[in-house]
Design a protein around this ligand. Structure first.
Ligand code: PMV
Length: 307
């Protein structure tokens, strides 16, 4: 049984979304996770996940191992006991700890492949809920945006504890993603923002409100087919992320390089401090902006169309 899940980028509203403000995220299908589950002739649950250097039997993993935890959660949820003899192969082209949702994508693909193999197909809602519980184990206080956009594989306007809203683009637009190559665990930047918010909640609440307005306007421009207006909103969102202290010199260099090369706007995307940035471009200048990002130190770039 095979299942795949895409990567994702957050277009607007990261961090503020943890504090109940809206954020926009879209799937990125140029990168993906593939999971295959099949019967094994050896006793046990054998996992092969080369991108995290994992090859071994489930019971030898620490109890909080991200992949082991997903498998145990699915067994528990479906009431599977004793454990079946299976082999689970996880391959991924999504860079790890880069803000492209690799963890949530592994969880979504694994939950789907495993539950289908065990003859218990789950609805999107059930998959999303299970993966959210797994995200909580690893990220402390995740907003739930990653699991939602990856499970539904559609653009989402996300607000914590609100019904999920997917949306359609009035006109497609092109984004260049640039990877700083600096691994940046989201848990840390989210924790730092929380400490700063606790210390100076008035200032941070004001920043989050400004970002909420940006996300709301961005959705309006996307749905009404005027994506060219998103550039300026990205620039502003990046400034607010700098004020939240989650940008980094590497991210700022790439954001400036993209704008100098003709991007309509650019910002960091995801947890920040490293990982990826995104730039809005005319389709015709996508390659040259991607080239400028590589010259400015990006480790890789992805050109994706949001539709
Ligand atoms: O680093 P990522 O792409 O997983 O982004 C996390 C987004 C945050 O808003 C920073 C955290 C969250 O849980 O929403």
């Amino acid at each position: 049984m095979k299942s795949s899940a895409p990567g994702k980028i957050i277009l607007f509203g990261e961090h503020a979304v943890v504090y109940n403000r809206p954020a926009l995220a879209v799937p990125v299908d140029q990168v993906q996770v593939d999971v295959e589950v099949c019967d094994s002739d050896k006793p046990g649950v054998w996992i092969d996940a080369p991108m995290v250097n994992l090859q071994g039997e489930l019971s030898t993993l620490p109890s909080d191992h991200p992949i082991g935890a997903v498998i145990l959660k699915v067994f528990h949820h479906l009431g599977i006991s004793p454990r079946p003899n299976i082999s689970v192969t996880v391959t991924s082209t999504i860079p790890v700890a880069a803000g492209l949702g690799s963890g949530a994508a592994v969880s979504v693909a694994l939950v789907r492949a495993l539950s289908s193999f065990l003859n218990h197909s789950l609805s999107n809602e059930q998959v999303n809920q299970l993966v959210f519980e797994i995200e909580k184990l690893h990220h402390g206080t995740p907003s739930g945006i990653d699991n939602t956009v990856i499970t539904y594989n559609m653009p989402v306007y996300y607000m914590k504890s609100k019904p999920i809203e997917t949306f359609k683009c009035g006109k497609p637009f092109t984004i260049v993603i640039g990877d700083t190559g600096v691994p940046a665990p989201t848990k840390q930047s989210v924790g730092d923002v929380r400490r700063l918010w606790l210390r100076d909640s008035n200032r941070f609440e004001t920043i989050f409100n400004e970002v909420a307005q940006i996300s709301t306007m961005a959705r309006h421009f996307i749905e009404s087919g005027r994506p060219e207006h998103l550039g300026e909103l990205m620039d502003h969102n990046h400034e607010f992320l700098q004020q939240m202290t989650v940008s980094s010199p590497e991210l700022d260099v790439l954001v400036a390089a993209a704008c100098k090369a003709g991007a309509l706007g650019a910002k960091l995307s995801g947890g920040g401090r490293g990982g990826n940035m995104i730039a809005l471009v005319d389709q015709a200048s996508a390659e040259s902006v991607a080239g400028a990002l590589m010259s400015a130190g990006a480790k890789r770039t992805i050109i994706t169309e949001v539709k």
